[in-house]
Design a protein around this ligand. Structure first.
Ligand code: MN
Ligand code: MN
Length: 477
């Protein structure tokens, strides 16, 4: 006769994770979230996220792989390396006890976020004002980006290669910028438009000045005054916009939210929250893991992962090839393919939290709930799972095992109810190699809005889940 199963073991219930959090874990949660807020406040662009990540990696003893390649160094288990791709994407790894050919454990997120990019010929004067013309990047809801303080970040690069980095609007005494909006008194026509049509993408131009130049002969004195200031402070001319990458983002640091301080409101949490959790997990990895641990912080996810710094590029496999070559033994394409195919990956990206104000877009049983832990998304896609990267049940079972053993609070969720919409991440690009990959990360409120909201408990459990995944040595076979 089969043993009688206790009744509670037959049911699966989801619960608010705070109720079982120990005081010691509670303290750790606050520490991780404070460090995350600091990172998020500094990493306002993909370039800054890259630079911040490398600073943390170098401080923890990670070495630049390109330097090791030039020096002809050999890699051994326990070695810590990173490699940069064009100052925007970064890969970091800790070499494991097993050879790379047996596969890596990878956590990969992205550090680019929706924003307003300055055009190549942007500056103009109109209505006694100087404005910068922009082209939005990623999926923004245009009406959300007007009438709020914006900061300007980015680089001008001169033909001789000299790079001038600018950041205006983050320090307490800095001026900020803004896109103006229509007053309700005169919005009769605009009010009749749909939400998607209310603000013209071409008109998301940013007000940058209004004072005239002292040059009496100049035609556009206000535009000239802006150029004079840019030249005085940064040594750039109007022509230098041609080889610049400048981004307008919401101004100011992230803040704690809620009277209980349980939430974080801040710009760019999709996907710097998962990027940071992954990076922190790698930095906190104790000793030498059984399998090589790898973290990928990549660019261009929000526009389809295309381009040299996006996940579509060969940067990842090139870098694994380089590591293989430095690990001794004969390098071959076959060994590379085995390393990739034998890898396990958590595609670290955000999901949408159930929002009681918009309950109709979710199916509650399968929606991510605040404070119920890190969110495992077995499949993404839209309509009939079109474009989905659908993880196998076998792999999800392995993640269950790893998370359970480490005490990680997690939940399974899909992005919105059936036929409501959908989305994707970099998972499908990694699945191309035949590796096991599943989406896992923090679920957000107001995703892609200038100020996104996350729960501290979910951030902490995501970090804890990533750490357990990188540390765990799979089932011995
Ligand atoms: Mn994302
Ligand atoms: Mn996104």
């Amino acid at each position: 006769m089969a043993k009688k199963t206790p009744k509670q073991a037959l049911t699966y219930t989801r619960a608010n994770g705070y109720e079982k959090l120990s005081p010691a874990e509670s303290k750790k949660l606050e520490a991780v979230c404070t460090e995350y807020r600091d990172f998020l406040g500094k990493a306002k662009t993909e370039r800054k996220a890259h630079d911040e990540a490398i600073e943390l990696l170098e401080a923890a003893g990670f070495q630049d792989l390109d330097g090791l390649i030039r020096g002809g160094a050999a890699l051994k288990p326990g070695d810590k390396v990173f490699r940069s791709c064009a100052g925007k994407t970064v890969l970091a790894a800790v070499l494991g006890q097993q050879p790379l050919e047996r596969g890596l454990h990878i956590v990969g997120g992205h550090t680019d976020s929706p924003r307003l990019d300055v055009k190549q010929n942007p500056l103009y004067e109109s209505g006694e004002m100087a404005l910068l013309d922009t082209h939005y990047y990623g999926g923004i809801r245009k009406y959300q980006w007007v009438a709020m303080p914006l900061a300007l970040h980015g680089v001008f690069v001169k033909p001789d290669g000299k790079k001038i980095t600018i950041a205006i609007g983050e320090e307490p005494g800095d001026p900020v910028f803004c896109i103006t909006d229509l007053l309700p008194h005169l919005a009769a026509d605009q009010g009749k438009k749909t939400l998607a049509e209310s603000h013209d993408g071409e008109n998301l131009d940013v007000l940058v000045g209004s004072m005239p130049s002292k040059d009496k002969k100049a035609k556009e004195k206000i535009k000239l005054r802006v150029l004079e200031l840019l030249h005085e402070r940064y040594g750039v001319t109007e022509e230098d916009f041609l080889s610049a990458e400048l981004e307008f983002v919401p101004a100011g640091p992230p803040r704690e939210a809620g009277i209980d301080r349980s939430l974080i409101i801040g710009y760019g949490q999709d996907d710097r929250v998962c990027a940071y959790a992954a990076l922190r997990a790698l930095l906190d990895l104790p000793g030498t893991p059984r399998y090589s641990s790898c973290v990928l912080l990549c660019d261009k996810e929000e526009i389809g992962s295309v381009g040299a710094t996006g996940m579509y590029s060969n940067f990842f496999e090139n870098t694994v090839s380089e590591m293989l070559a430095l690990c001794g033994g004969a390098y071959s394409e076959l060994v590379l393919k085995r390393a990739l195919e034998n890898s396990w990956m958590l595609s670290a990206d955000v999901n949408a939290l159930f929002d009681p104000l918009f309950a109709g877009v979710s199916e509650k049983k399968n929606a991510a709930m605040l404070n119920q832990g890190t969110c495992l998304t077995k499949y993404t896609g839209a309509r009939g799972k079109s474009g989905a990267s659908d993880a196998s049940a076998e792999f999800v079972a392995q993640i269950r095992r790893i998370f359970k053993r480490a005490g990680v609070v997690w939940q399974a969720a899909e992005l919105g109810k059936v036929d409501q919409g959908g989305g994707g991440t970099i998972a499908y690009l990694m699945a191309r190699y035949g590796m096991n990959v599943v989406d896992c990360g923090v679920a957000l409120l107001s995703m892609h809005a200038p100020w996104e909201v996350s729960g501290k408990f979910d951030i902490y459990m995501t970090y804890k889940g990533f750490l357990a995944f990188l540390k765990d040595g799979r089932n011995a076979k």
